[in-house]
Design a protein around this ligand. Structure first.
Ligand code: 5GP
Ligand code: MN
Length: 351
């Protein structure tokens, strides 16, 4: 039995909101991932089947590796078509905010969403959501936003509109946000949801392979290089660090998405329970963290990298050089493990 975990009052309020409007905009966070894209496209598709004029507006493009998600090419992308994105938001009578907890996560879309006088509905599984939402369906224990979108469909009696296309999109988010059913999927209901999705006759293996196991040759080589040449291990602190500079990324013709699962790799080493990946971007260092057990990387990302996320998967940005970002990593280790001086250790390893 899949329990109704979303409060009835919220579901009824949402039903009334949807019934009362025609034009709906659906947004997700910048650098959208499989969960952000899967959940927005599935919701958009179902709302359209209900007769609504629904449109998805994202801050930036989906990575090429996720273009296989059906419907992704229909998305209005702010960085590609600013006017169309602004118009879609301005015309909307209701805004959905999917897979993010704060307007900080939508980059420049925030300045257009913030002043809108229409209701905002959050559906998300990140910790500590902002209090700017008229309905906040926020469940940090959920595997993914796709799971929550399924639960919204279920509790609203809308599962009959969840066809093969919507189910395929939800499957992508359930898969990618759990690392291919590796973590954040301990609730048995997760598999009941999966079963319901499978009954829509989705191409499960095809979707799984595209979502989890498809990389360009350049990307595979870049990951090999990163693991062989750039991975530093700090077993005493259970930590791993990988950095990639702009020059290194360019050497392997880096495309967005190419390093998507790299940060997880060091966690395969038994002594390592937290892993940090730093990628030099045009104007910032993008930081990604993963951990196992009760070691929270969302706290680390919030405190040191102006970010956040989940206990075991979080990210943030660092404004400065890659060297300075690495210095912050050593600072974190010294703050967390004052008795082991990681910088000394790393110097000795290099000698
Ligand atoms: P990733 O490392 O795959 O980019 O992100 C892992 C998790 O951390 C995702 O749930 C993502 O939403 C969150 N995250 C990534 N970057 C940021 C960031 O800059 N700020 C916040 N608040 N969360 C982030
Ligand atoms: Mn997610």
């Amino acid at each position: 039995m899949i329990k109704s975990i979303i409060e009835d009052a919220k579901i009824e309020k949402l039903r009334a909101l949807i019934n009362g409007v025609q034009r709906i905009a659906i947004t997700c966070h910048k650098s959208p991932d499989g969960d952000a894209l899967g959940s927005t496209v599935a919701l958009c598709h179902v709302l359209r089947r209900l007769g609504k004029d629904a449109v998805i507006v994202t801050p930036d493009m989906a990575p090429r590796s996720l273009e296989f998600i059906p419907g992704v090419r229909d998305i209005v992308v702010y960085t590609k078509n600013e006017l169309k994105a602004r118009k879609a938001l301005a015309d909307a009578q209701l805004i959905f905010c999917l897979d993010y907890n704060s307007l900080k996560r939508v980059d420049r879309l925030a300045e257009f969403i913030e002043p809108l006088k229409v209701p905002r509905v959050l559906i998300d599984h990140h910790l500590d959501p902002d209090s700017i939402f008229d309905i906040a369906i926020s469940h940090p224990d959920a595997s993914s936003t796709c799971e929550l979108v399924f639960r919204v469909f279920m509790q609203m009696g809308m599962l009959r509109y969840m066809d093969r296309m919507a189910a395929s999109c939800l499957y992508v988010g359930l898969t990618t946000d759990t690392g291919g059913f590796a973590y954040s999927c301990d609730n048995p209901e997760f598999y009941e949801i999966l079963a319901s999705i499978m009954r829509r006759n989705i191409d499960r293996i095809g979707l799984y392979n595209k979502a989890m196991n498809t990389f360009s040759a350049d990307s595979i080589r870049l990951q090999g290089f990163a693991l062989s040449e750039k991975m530093q291990l700090f077993p005493e602190q259970g930590a791993a660090l990988i950095t990639l500079s702009k020059e290194e990324l360019e050497r392997f013709n880096y495309q967005r998405g190419d390093t998507e699962t790299l940060v997880n790799k060091p966690l395969a080493i038994p002594e390592i329970y937290w892993s940090v990946f730093m990628r030099e971007d045009t104007d910032r260092i993008k930081v990604s963290c993963r951990s196992q057990g009760d070691f929270s990387v969302s706290d680390i990302c919030a405190r040191y990298f102006n970010g956040g996320g989940h206990e075991n998967a979080a990210g943030g940005d660092f404004y400065g050089s890659l060297d300075d970002a690495v210095a912050v990593f050593h600072q974190i280790m010294n703050d967390l493990f004052p008795s082991n001086n990681s910088q000394e250790q790393s110097k000795q390893e290099q000698e």
